[in-house]
Design a protein around this ligand. Structure first.
Ligand SMILES: [Zn+2]
Length: 119
């Protein structure tokens, strides 16, 4: 069930997405016990940090938020996409990372409404 708090945290994830510098703007907020553990936008990576070779990749908002939080056990992750098509289901790679991080709930938009799944 999606609660009023879920809607409020999702609204924060949308605000975070608005700060993304990518053309397809994503935002992610991780919350546990009413407190924000971390938040992040997606981010383009144009050069490899070690070799300095040119890359055209993006770090996903979920990846960045999980890395920043350090401990996500039992938390809820809110995934938002600021776009006409609001579908913000985390990709397969991020869903695996979410599960590995111990996050217990994921809230995202399916294009019609907010949905929650247990990871
Ligand atoms: Zn992803």
């Amino acid at each position: 069930m999606i609660t009023n708090r879920d809607e409020a945290w999702y609204a924060l994830a949308l605000k975070v997405a608005a700060d993304s510098l990518c053309s397809d703007r994503h935002g992610c907020v991780i919350v546990r016990a009413g407190s924000v553990l971390s938040l992040a936008t997606n981010r383009a990576v144009v050069s490899h940090p070690v070799s300095n070779r040119y890359l055209k990749q993006a770090l996903h908002a979920e990846q960045r938020a999980i890395l920043r939080a350090h401990d996500c056990e039992g938390a809820t992750l809110y995934s938002a996409r600021l776009h006409v098509n609001a579908i913000s289901t985390p990709c397969a790679m991020c869903q695996t990372l979410i599960e590995e991080a111990g996050i217990s709930r994921i809230v995202f938009h399916d294009g019609r409404k907010l949905v929650k799944i247990a990871s």
